[in-house]
Design a protein around this ligand. Structure first.
Ligand code: FAD
Length: 517
């Protein structure tokens, strides 16, 4: 059943008090805008008392810079009996200007009547709001112009990971790397490289600054970017979320191209790297030669020890004075002393600091170092790096030696007279949380029977050759294992030999401050 409330009979005085005490500046004028009433808030806002303005036109408030067209529109509406709302520049009694948000309502003598007898003007001072909105617009414009001319690529991603804002430098990265959304690749790799540290920084809204990432480009020099990520929250502007505490998290990604300085560093580092590599290789070959001598000596010494035991048994009680036993013991002791001397002479392995290593960089370094080897052996090299690789925790010098050894093995296998197919193919990729590398050659391959033996110490298919000690693959496998990796020969590859390497990603502990700064 419909229920209609009875009309309220409010006292006139109540209306009067309500208007008088209203917080909004109220003026009532006749139809020519001559003021007949102003309330307290009007006086407080304009500085004009009722006595000052009653009988004057509302234009007393005009700052005289408001365009005529505004007034014409105001009058056109109110004269036709319609409300008008807008902003005008007003002047207070003391001459100071302010921005008034004004609503003028035509008043008729009774409800339903058409003849307008008065106008009701209500206005409030919106100068502060206006200034804030101007400042906001100015800052927005300033940020947009700074971002658009900034030499670094900028991408803003919303909480769904969609790029909602970028700049021309970011578009250049898109064109240059030929990937649709480089921001996604960068954030994925940073998350993989930094592990929990990335999530921690995101949760604490702590920026991740200057993480250097390398992007490979087929047939061109790689690109280096120093990447920084910052997170910030935005409160939703939807009005239904006014009383809710929900917020959206945005990711701001900055990519600064540091390729030129990196290339210069690389060029400088190459000579140093060559020197270190030969030092490492020299150390390694001395270690191998001495280990080989120890290994070779151990066999005869073991035989002498066995002969000593046999002769002791044969001589029985007379063994103490048996000259043969004594001679054998002397020979065994001399041999053991020689082994101990050789072992003491084996130099310590050269240690280099362990840190995040990019396999693409290691392989590219080695390819540059081995350019002469490829040229003299007539080997063509096909290098297919993954566009971007997560880093692994490791010893760059040791890994360079591994790849140099494997590449040299491959070139050597193809560099036999009459062998026409001389192609070396190298690639890197990521799969199932691991970084993979493959080195394939078009040489004769390794027969199935020796596929495991080649990793044994001192095993070589080139035993007759001078200098072949058969330790290369043993050392390579040892280094790879120390990096929690795997090195194996691909049994399915039939066009030569393919070696596969795989390593786990690098995840520094979240407490590591270096990961975050
Ligand atoms: P005016 O010569 O007074 O008017 C400029 C134009 O307004 C004219 O070209 C004409 O087209 C139109 N116009 C003026 N009077 C009439 C009329 N009686 N009938 C039809 N058209 C007309 N102005 C402010 O600057 N600040 C205020 O806070 C403000 N509050 C107002 C509150 C009310 C209730 C009303 C009715 C008007 C208010 N006005 C206000 C408008 C004010 O009355 C003036 O029109 C305006 O200030 C311009 O004054 P002016 O002397 O520069 O020009």
């Amino acid at each position: 059943m419909a229920c209609t409330a009875p009309p309220l009979q409010l006292a006139e005085a109540l209306f009067q008090n309500a208007v008088e005490q209203s917080a909004i500046a109220i003026a009532i004028t006749d139809t020519t805008a001559r003021i007949v009433y102003v309330n307290r808030a009007f006086t407080a806002m304009t500085g004009y008392s009722a006595d000052d303005v009653i009988g004057l036109n509302q234009s007393v408030l005009s700052y005289k810079t408001t365009p005529k067209a505004v007034y014409q529109e105001l009058w056109a509406n109110i004269s036709a009996g319609r409300d008008w709302s807008g902003r005008l520049l007003n002047r207070r009694k003391d001459g100071t200007p302010y921005i008034a948000e004004l609503t003028v309502t035509p008043v008729t003598s009774a409800a339903g009547e058409r003849d307008v007898t008065h106008f009701l003007g209500m206005h409030r001072d919106v100068t502060k709001e206006y200034r804030q909105s101007c400042q906001l617009a100015y800052h927005k414009q300033l940020i947009e112009s700074v971002v658009s001319v900034a030499p670094m690529a900028v991408a803003l991603l919303d909480s769904e990971g969609k790029v909602v804002l970028d700049n021309p430098a970011y578009q250049s990265v898109v064109n240059d790397l030929k990937i649709k959304e480089p921001a996604h690749s960068v954030l994925t790799i940073l998350r993989e490289n930094l592990g929990e540290a990335f999530d921690l920084a995101a949760a604490r809204r702590r920026p991740l600054l200057n993480n250097e990432l390398r992007f490979e480009r087929p047939g061109a020099e790689p690109r280096w970017y120093s990447c920084s990520v910052a997170w910030f929250e935005e409160h939703p502007t939807a009005i239904d979320a006014f009383h809710q505490n929900a917020k959206s998290v945005y990711q701001l990604l900055l990519m600064h191209d540091i390729s030129i300085s990196k290339r210069q560093q690389e060029a400088l580092g190459l000579a140093l790297m060559r020197e270190r590599l030969s030092e490492n290789e020299y150390n390694q070959s001395v270690r191998e030669a001495l280990s080989g001598a120890v290994f070779q000596l151990q066999g005869p010494i073991n035989l002498i020890a066995a002969a000593t035991r046999l002769q002791r048994r044969r001589a029985g009680a007379a063994a103490v004075n048996d000259p043969l036993v004594r001679a054998l013991v002397d020979a065994q002791e001399a041999g053991e002393r020689a082994i101990a001397t050789l072992q003491a002479a084996i130099p310590e392995e050269l240690q280099t600091p362990v840190g995040p290593v990019n396999l693409n960089e290691i392989i590219r370094d080695v390819l540059m170092l081995e350019t002469d080897t490829f040229l003299s052996a007539g080997v063509t090299v096909d290098w297919c790096p993954a566009l971007i690789l997560p880093s692994l925790q490791g010893d760059p010098s040791a890994l360079r030696i591994v790849f140099r050894q494997l590449i040299r093995n491959a070139v050597e296998a193809m560099n036999t007279s009459g062998w026409s197919e001389r192609n070396l193919h190298l690639s890197t990729s990521t799969r199932g949380g691991r970084i993979e590398a493959a080195i394939s050659d078009t040489g004769p391959g390794i027969p199935e029977a020796t596929r495991f033996k080649v990793f044994e110490p001192f095993f070589s298919t080139k035993r007759a050759c001078k200098g072949a000690r058969g330790m290369g693959l043993t050392v390579a496998q040892d280094v790879v294992s120390r990096h929690r990796g795997v090195l194996e020969i691909d049994p399915d590859y039939t066009d030569g030999c393919r070696l596969r390497l795989s390593f786990p990603h690098n995840h520094p502990p979240p407490s590591d401050p270096g990961a975050l700064e």
